[in-house]
Design a protein around this ligand. Structure first.
Ligand code: HEM
Ligand SMILES: [Ca+2]
Length: 650
């Protein structure tokens, strides 16, 4: 069944022992530049003592030791009390009904940005068949690819994150230098685009995107970009934001080269993404109490190099999949006057068409003008029966996948995580949901899988998820914050200046959409519905980031001093303003042309008229300055001769 230890390329044994002699460990720490201003693309060298922490293609970390059926490798299948665990599809059919329970107050954008953040922080590597084909699930279950742990000690099965664990914009830029190279335009710090300022095109691979000409599939920093049109739109908005920043920086700093512009824009964009996550998204999901208890609110200096930033497997396989319960049955597009499309999600999976026909602005507007589903046991049938359906009636079931994926990763059951989070009792559910769960798991709470147990809890005060998921999500975003040396609020040598931070903190989802789409009007808090206190307003009244604090001053610059030979007791030096145009933050040259005279060879008390310089140097008189101001003179010209004569002999 599935991947055998022999297929894994390394040994799986129960005891953790050092790697056997001869085993090549794939995790070789790179040599880091501790003074580097920018993140590496693959996330390495963020933690200087542990440069592999958070890098792409490294294992998920664990909160609890794994439980495998055979102690090593096989998905958890047996009940604590003996006998097989309930079949995941059965749990999905019986427990995860497809009722629609709209969430009061929140817009569908909560789902969209949630998915985008997920695609910046975790992407499991799956076992592939011959020639990169997906495994046939009837013959070979589609298991997560095994990996040795970071220290390459031999042990139980671990799973691999393909992308950078950090919240760093990898969904926009990619998680390897090759990917980034391919996405970049290589002039002006820009990313590549396609006509109408859309994402660059890519050939469809079949599993990632269904291409129906002329609607070409898109390419972005994360391979899942084409999964649904609102996700494509979100990627497009961020790609445009990068280009907008790069262009703005180029205007302010015309001497920055392509690489400098790219990296500075990427650094600002990463900060914007973190700011939106910690100031808009997480408070909406977790509520203010949980935000405070995990230290997720703004903080000026929190970096702790002992904190592991890595994504935890319980977060990736269950807690952060809470978002699957937010998903609505239909994709809603709004043109500012009316809904222009409200198609079933199953018809939009993996298809870029709506982005071409309806436009990014209308899709973004749709996300801010419609509701999202509550986080509860109900998941739309579009994902529990019709996920990626190609032949009617043969769609996938994401709830069942989530449950089986948890077992595949060996994550312990729901109760173990309740204990880890210090929650009292075995349930945080309404009595009917509790009874339903208990009966599906044959009255054995210890067997309950983390996804169904967590997603069906009563939400915490002010949040959208229950206490177990709030704890697991809170812990994860805490470690992504204080375990990230480049976290945008950190001080230290790499920090943003206070002026820059002030500008970054103006960025909201609303300002992002305003700056990069034709949305025109939006409510300031875009994750919340339009209502008194959050009215629909014109984009020009939404605060936006001003790049001026990123201006590096170019002052008006002079040529080097040129000396004449000594004639008599004097010699003259002169210089010309060869850069009369400073940039927005630079000072102009005070004078176009400057002449000084010096006693030659010794200092004498008879300085020239109007002397104002240091000993030994006499500056020419104020009239002469005026005479020469605003003009450039060639040395030897009549006016200069006159000026020098005046200075020397009057
Ligand atoms: C239309 C919307 C969405 C669709 C069709 C979708 C579909 C999927 C699929 C097919 C997987 C892979 C499952 C597996 O093989 O284990 C997945 C994984 C995941 N999804 Fe979603 N999803 C959607 C929205 C969301 C949202 C809104 C969130 C969170 C707020 C989310 C969080 C996750 C996470 C954390 C994973 C695991 C990623 C990994 O480690 O590879 N998804 N989703
Ligand atoms: Ca990342």
């Amino acid at each position: 069944m599935g991947i055998r230890p022999a297929d894994a390329g390394f040994q799986i044994t129960a005891a953790r022992v050092p790697p056997p002699v001869g085993l090549v460990c794939p995790f070789i720490p790179p040599i880091c530049d501790p003074a580097a201003k920018f993140r590496t693309i693959d996330g390495s060298c963020n933690n200087l003592a542990n440069p592999l922490w958070g890098r792409s293609h490294t294992p998920f970390e664990r909160l609890l030791d794994p439980i495998y059926d055979d102690g090593l490798n096989e998905p958890r299948a047996a009940r604590v009390s003996g006998g097989p665990l309930p079949n995941p599809r059965l749990i999905s059919r019986e427990f995860h009904d497809s009722m629609s329970n709209p969430l009061a107050g929140s817009t569908r954008l909560l789902m969209e940005i949630g998915q985008f953040i997920s695609h910046d922080t975790e992407f499991q590597a799956l076992s592939k068949g011959f020639d990169d084909a997906n495994l046939d699930c009837c013959v070979d279950p589609n298991k997560a690819l095994p990996t040795p742990p970071l220290d390459c000690a031999v042990g139980v099965r671990q799973q691999l994150n393909q992308i950078t664990h950090y919240l760093d914009g990898s969904a926009i830029y990619g998680s390897s230098d090759d990917e980034t190279h391919d996405l970049r335009h290589h002039t002006g710090g820009l990313l590549r685009t396609s006509p109408n300022d859309l994402l660059p095109h890519t050939a469809a691979t079949g599993t990632d995107c269904i291409e129906s000409p002329p609607f070409t599939c898109f390419k972005a920093g994360d391979a899942r970009v084409n999964e649904q049109p609102a996700l494509i739109s979100m990627h497009t908005v961020w790609m445009r934001e990068h280009n907008r920043l790069a262009r703005g920086l180029a205007l302010l700093n015309p001497f920055w080269d392509n690489d400098r512009l790219f990296q500075e824009a990427r650094r600002i964009l990463g900060a914007e993404l973190q700011h939106i996550t910690y100031s808009e998204f997480l408070p909406e999901v977790l509520g203010s109490n949980v935000m405070a208890s995990f230290g997720l609110n703004p903080l000026l200096d929190g970096y702790d190099p002992s904190v592991q930033p890595m994504v935890r497997s319980a977060f990736a396989t269950a807690a952060y999949r809470f978002g699957h319960s937010l998903i609505r049955q239909r994709v809603f597009v709004h043109d500012g006057f009316a809904a222009v499309s409200d198609r079933l999600l199953k018809d939009e999976f993996l298809k870029p068409e709506l982005v071409y026909t309806r436009g990014v602005g209308n899709i973004c507007r749709g996300a801010t003008r419609s509701h999202v589903e509550s986080v509860d046991k109900s998941l739309t049938d579009q994902i529990t029966n019709r996920l990626f359906e190609r032949i009617p009636g043969f769609g996938g079931d994401l709830a069942a996948i989530n449950i089986q994926r948890g077992r595949d990763y060996g994550i312990p059951g729901y109760q173990a995580y309740r204990r880890l989070c210090g929650l009292a009792g075995a349930f945080s559910h309404t009595p009917p949901v509790q009874a339903h769960l208990a009966s599906i798991y044959n009255m054995s709470p210890e067997d309950i899988d983390l996804f169904p147990g967590g997603v069906s809890e009563i939400p915490v005060l002010g949040g959208k998820v229950g206490p177990t998921f709030a704890c697991l999500i809170g812990r994860q975003f805490q470690s992504l914050k204080i375990g990230d040396r480049f976290y945008y609020e950190n001080s230290g040598f790499n920090a943003f200046s206070l002026d820059q931070l002030h500008e970054i903190k103006k960025v909201t989802l609303a300002s992002l959409f305003c700056a990069n789409t034709d949305i025109g009007k939006i409510q300031p808090e875009a994750l919340k519905h339009i209502q008194p206190g959050n009215p629909l307003v014109k984009c020009n009244s939404i605060p936006h980031l001003d790049l001026l604090p990123w201006c590096e001053p170019i002052h008006g610059g002079y040529s080097a001093w040129q000396w004449t030979i000594c004639f008599g007791a004097w010699r003259i030096r002169y210089r010309i303003c060869n850069n009369p145009l400073p940039n927005a933050c630079g000072e102009p040259c005070p004078l176009q042309f400057e002449i000084q005279i010096e006693i030659c060879p010794f200092r004498s008390p008879e300085f020239g008229r109007g002397y104002a310089g240091p000993p030994g140097v006499a500056r020419i008189s104020a009239e002469v300055f005026r005479l020469s101001k605003g003009k450039k003179y060639a040395i030897g010209s009549h006016t200069i001769h006159k000026a020098i004569k005046n200075a020397l002999f009057y």
